[in-house]
Design a protein. Structure first.
Length: 592
C-alpha cells in the first residue's frame, strides 16, 4: 500500500546550502564511518583516565579557545536573560560537583532533578556527571505519584528542586523515600524561608570552589537514567553510560549538521531524553551556543526567539509544529529568520503536511528523525544534503545498521529484505548510546534483544531507495479485514484536510472485520463539528486511502490526549472508547 505522498520529493541542491553539510554523500559517509574513530574525535579525560560526558561538554572547551564563547543563553519567562560562557558553565558545574562531594555523595549515587528549565538544572546535570553520579531529570509538571515511582525505582540519593515544587509535590513523600539523603532547593521567592529538611543550593554553590578535577571515568560507567514517555504503558528507566557522548557528538554532526558557529535551540524539556541528549549534551560537546527557554510553548514567543536569537539549527517536535500550523504560516512569513538554516523534528511521526509547511513558513523543510529513549541518540534521519520524501523518517545514520524483522517462534528473528514489506524495526546492537538496562527490570531488557538485534517495538517499512517509513507502534497497529493498518498513515490523510488540526486513530474491535478504524479529530479554529463536515472528512480520507483503510467512524474532540512530551496517547483513546481501565497515566498532559 502506497501512501499518497510517497512519490513526492523535496530535492536538495548541496551547492545551494548556506554551509557545506557535514554529511554530503550518504553512501560514502556510511562506508567510511567507524565508531572507534568517532570516539577519537573526543578528548577523553586528561592523563588517559577515561571518558566523561561533562568533560567533553564543558571542561575541554573551558580550557581551550572556546572559554569565553557563550555556551548557554537562558531566556527567563519574565523576559530576563543570562549568558553562561564555557568557562562559566565549567565553574558552576564544578561548584555543584564540590557541593555533592562535601555532602558525602558517592560515585554512582543517583541525583534526581525536578525543576523547570532554570539555570541551576544545567549546572546540576553537568556537575553531577563530573562527580560520576547517575543523573535522572524529571519533568517538573509531574504530580507526586509519578515523582515517587521514579525516585523509588531509581533509589534517589539527592534531589535538586525548587522550594515551591518541594512543598507541593515532594515533602509529603519524604517518609516513603528513605534513601533520599539530601534535597537541595532553589528559592522561588527571594528571602523565603526554606522548607524543613532542605538545603539552600545557592548558598552551597556560593561557598564551593569553582574548580573540580573529574575522577577516572570508565566509558561504561552509568551516567543517565531516563524514564520512557509511557506512551504504551508504565514508563521504563533506561540506563545510559558515559560513552553515549560519542553518539551524541557524532549524531549532532551528521543528523543535525552542527557547525561551530551555530546557535542551536532544542525545544524539548530535559525531563525527556531529547532535552538531555540534544538539549544539553550534544550542542555543548560541539562547542555551540545553546538556547534554553524557560517558558512553555507559545507560537509568537517561539517565532520571536528564532528570529531575535539568530537560531541557526532548530530541533523541535511534531506537536509543536502542528500547533504552529494551526495559526497559519503568515506569522512566520511576516518575520525574518536570517540565520535559520536547518530544522529537525522528533518524537512522533511528522506528517507530510508538516514537512512542507516548513517550506511555506520558513522556506526550509522540516527534517524528521527517529529514535527512542533506549537508543540514546538519533538513529534514522533526514539529512541536510539528502532529498526528503515527506512522511519518511529518513535513512539510518552512519554507524547504525537497521533492518526490518519478523519475530519467529523460537525467539529469533527473520530479516525482511524486500522493499515495501512491513516489519518490526530492529537495530544491530553495539552503538555507544545504546541503553544498558531497564532499572530493576532485567527480564524486560533481555526481551528487547534477539541475538545481535535490538527490537524497537515500532513497525516500519523501507522503500526501494532505502528510506524508512514509520507504520506505527506494534501496540497501535490495527488489524482490519486482513489488512494491517498503521494509524499514522490514516492520521496524515486527515491532516491534509484544511479543517483538521490533529487526528488520532485507533482500532475498535468488530465482530466481522476483527477491528474497524476509528478516528478522533480536533479541528482548527474557525471550523465547527457537524454532520456535513463528518461526511466531507470521510469522503476526503476514503479518496486518499481507499475504503479498506479509511475509518468507519469519526468523533470530533476538542483536543487529543497526549503525553507531556507531546505524543498522542492512542492507548488512552482506545481505553476510553472501550470503557477499559485507563492504565498508567503518569505522563498524561493535563486537560486532555
Ligand atoms: P514507552 O516506551 O514507555 O511507551 P515512548 O516509546 O513514547 O514510551 P520515547 O522513548 O520517548 O517513549 O519515544 C520513542 C518512540 O516515539 C519511538 O519508539 C516511536 O514510537 C516514537 N517516535 C519517535 N520519533 C519518531 C518519528 N520520527 N516518527 C515516528 N515515531 C517516532
Ligand atoms: Mg518506547
Amino acid at each position: 500500500m502506497t501512501p499518497p505522498d510517497e512519490d513526492s520529493l523535496i530535492r536538495k541542491d548541496v551547492s545551494a546550502l548556506p554551509v557545506p553539510p557535514n554529511l554530503a554523500d550518504y553512501e560514502q559517509a556510511r562506508a567510511s564511518f567507524r565508531w572507534p574513530a568517532a570516539a577519537r574525535a573526543l578528548s577523553g579525560l586528561p592523563g588517559g583516565s577515561g571518558l566523561n560526558i561533562a568533560h567533553e561538554a564543558v571542561d575541554r572547551h573551558a580550557q581551550g579557545a572556546r572559554a569565553t564563547h557563550v555556551a548557554l543563553r537562558w531566556l527567563g519567562k519574565d523576559g530576563s536573560q543570562r549568558d553562561f560562557s564555557y568557562a562559566g558553565l565549567a565553574a558552576w558545574s564544578a561548584r555543584f560537583a564540590n557541593v555533592l562531594d562535601a555532602l558525602g555523595v558517592q560515585r554512582g549515587d543517583r541525583v534526581f532533578l525536578l525543576a523547570g528549565r532554570i539555570p541551576e538544572l544545567y549546572m546540576a546535570v553537568l556537575g553531577a556527571l563530573k562527580h560520576r553520579c547517575v543523573v535522572s531529570p524529571l519533568f517538573a509538571a509531574f504530580g507526586p505519584e509519578p515523582i515517587f515511582t521514579r525516585m523509588s525505582i531509581g533509589a534517589a540519593a539527592v534531589l535538586v528542586t525548587t522550594t515551591g515544587l518541594y512543598r507541593r509535590k515532594v515533602s509529603a513523600l519524604r517518609e516513603r523515600l528513605p534513601q533520599l539523603r539530601h534535597v537541595l532547593v532553589v528559592r522561588e521567592e527571594a528571602g523565603e524561608p526554606l522548607p524543613v529538611g532542605t538545603l539552600d543550593l545557592a548558598a552551597l554553590l556560593e561557598d564551593a570552589a569553582p574548580q573540580y578535577r573529574i575522577g577516572p571515568t570508565r566509558p561504561d560507567d552509568p551516567a543517565l537514567l531516563h524514564f520512557t514517555s509511557g506512551t504504551t504503558g508504565k514508563p521504563k528507566g533506561a540506563i545510559h553510560v558515559h560513552e553515549a557522548v560519542v553518539a551524541h557528538h557524532a549524531t549532532g554532526a551528521l543528523a543535525l549538521d552542527f557547525h561551530p558557529e551555530d546557535v542551536f535551540w532544542c525545544t524539548a524539556d530535559p525531563g525527556w531524553v531529547t532535552g538531555t541528549s540534544y538539549g544539553i549534551v550534544a550542542p555543548l560537546v560541539h562547542g555551540l551556543t545553546l538556547i534554553v527557554d524557560e517558558a512553555d510553548f507559545d507560537a509568537e514567543r517561539w517565532y520571536d526567539i528564532l528570529g531575535r536569537e539568530a537560531v541557526s539549527v532548530w530541533y523541535t517536535a511534531p506537536t509543536a509544529v502542528r500547533m504552529m500550523m494551526k495559526g497559519g504560516a503568515a506569522s512566520a512569513r511576516n518575520r525574518t529568520f536570517a540565520r535559520l538554516r536547518f530544522i529537525a523534528s522528533v518524537g512522533e511521526p511528522l506528517n507530510p503536511q508538516a514537512v512542507t509547511w516548513g517550506l511555506e513558513a520558513f522556506g526550509l523543510p522540516i527534517h524528521d528523525n527517529w529514535w527512542q529513549t533506549e537508543t540514546g541518540g538519533i538513529m534514522i534521519a533526514n539529512f541536510a544534503a539528502m532529498d526528503i520524501r515527506p512522511g519518511s523518517m529518513g535513512k539510518p545514520l552512519p554507524g547504525i545498521e537497521a533492518a526490518l524483522v519478523r519475530r519467529t517462534a523460537d525467539g529469533g528473528v527473520a530479516l525482511l529484505a524486500e522493499p515495501g514489506v512491513e516489519g518490526e524495526l530492529a537495530l544491530r546492537r553495539g552503538w555507544p548510546s545504546m541503553f544498558r538496562g531497564y532499572l530493576g527490570e532485567e527480564e524486560r531488557y533481555l526481551k528487547c534483544f534477539a541475538g545481535e538485534w535490538y527490537l524497537t517495538g515500532d513497525l516500519a517499512r523501507r522503500d526501494a531507495e532505502g528510506y524508512y517509513w514509520f507504520v506505527g507502534r506494534a501496540d497501535d497497529v490495527i488489524k482490519s479485514s486482513g489488512h494491517l493498518i498503521g494509524p499514522f498513515e490514516v492520521e496524515s490523510a486527515f491532516m491534509a484536510h484544511p479543517a483538521v488540526a490533529e487526528a488520532g486513530v485507533i482500532g475498535k474491535p468488530d465482530p466481522v472485520a476483527g477491528e474497524i478504524v476509528k478516528a478522533f479529530v480536533a479541528l482548527k479554529p474557525g471550523h465547527a463539528p457537524g454532520e456535513a463536515l463528518r461526511r466531507d472528512l470521510l469522503a476526503f480520507v476514503r479518496k486518499r486511502l481507499g475504503t479498506a483503510v479509511a475509518p468507519k467512524e469519526i468523533d470530533f474532540v476538542a483536543a487529543l490526549p497526549k503525553t507531556r512530551s507531546g505524543k498522542i496517547l492512542r492507548r488512552l483513546l482506545k481505553a476510553r472508547e472501550l470503557g477499559l481501565p485507563e492504565g498508567d497515566l503518569s505522563t498524561l498532559e493535563p486537560g486532555a
